[in-house]
Design a protein around this ligand. Structure first.
Ligand code: FES
Length: 121
């Protein structure tokens, strides 16, 4: 299991230059992170390894690169889907949810045009 490197162990005198503790939820579970953490860092420090399921096979996925390249860390943050957890700073009161499957595609109702379909002349 991943564990957070404690700054007290690295800094003489046990001081911490990190900010305060921030509360957030992940799939309804109350969690805490540190100011300055990314959402991904806070989730990993809290023991969360599954951030989403793959769209086709439903395989569990979690952060890989932690620098915004692989898109394996996609989560829903405060109702906004497909957020890269490794690129979003943690904020007090965030509601984070895991994602399952592919993006939702809503078919236009019968007789209506899909977005982007203009008039044909
Ligand atoms: S972990 Fe790779 S983009 Fe977030």
């Amino acid at each position: 299991m991943l564990t957070r490197i404690r700054s007290e162990a690295r800094e003489p005198g046990g001081g911490s230059e990190a900010g305060g503790t921030l509360r957030f939820t992940f799939d309804g579970r109350e969690m805490t992170g540190r100011a300055g953490d990314s959402v991904a860092a806070a989730l990993l420090a809290g023991g969360v390894l599954r951030f989403r399921d793959s769209a086709v096979a439903g395989a569990p996925r979690g952060p890989f690169c932690l620098m915004g390249v692989c898109f394996e860390c996609l989560v829903e943050i405060d109702g906004q889907g497909n957020c890269q957890a490794c690129m979003v700073p943690l904020a007090e009161g965030m509601t984070v949810r895991s994602q399952s499957g592919g993006p939702q595609v809503v078919a236009p109702a019968a007789g209506r045009r899909a977005p982007g379909q203009g008039e044909t002349t």
